[in-house]
Design a protein. Structure first.
Length: 153
């Protein structure tokens, strides 16, 4: 008994065998998931702000355009002001959406990097994100609204 060698592990007995994947550290994995979800929550916050700016810009354009037509008509001091302010707000909202998409892309790329390979995405996890799709849709709505107001005015 005292002359026995300890059993070697499988990796040293069979050098051609693939290396075993390290066991999943569940705390690190859940921390990674929380971080990914916080990135999505940040994008949804950008969406709320962007949608508010786009909607408010469109409303200002519509309201003050109708108000000028009803009161001052062609004699208005600055007839282009509602359109300009509306376009600026719509553009700010649309740019906010583009920035949110860029930030989401950068953070997603970082979370999928080799640094987090062992604790990150696993088989069976969704690879797409509903907030991402909504952000793309909101960006398209912002662009359509911007060009509609720009062409109409």
């Amino acid at each position: 008994m005292h002359g026995e060698q300890p059993a070697a592990d499988a990796a040293t007995e069979h050098p051609s065998a693939p290396a075993a994947t390290p066991p999943l550290n569940i705390q690190s994995h859940f921390a990674w998931i929380r971080t990914r979800l916080s990135v999505e929550r940040t994008m949804m916050s950008w969406n709320r702000t962007s949608l508010s700016l786009i909607g408010f810009g469109f409303t200002i354009y519509q309201f003050f355009q109708k108000f000028q037509e009803a009161t001052a008509g062609a004699d208005a001091a600055r007839p282009e002001a509602p359109r300009t302010l509306g376009l600026a707000l719509i553009l700010a909202g649309t740019l906010g959406t583009v920035l949110a998409l860029w930030q989401y892309h950068v953070m997603g790329k970082y979370l999928r990097s080799d640094d987090f390979k062992d604790i990150g995405e696993r088989k069976g996890m969704p690879t797409w994100s509903l907030p991402f799709l909504i952000t793309v849709l909101l960006g398209l709505i912002g662009l359509v609204t911007f060009f509609w107001v720009a062409i109409r005015g």
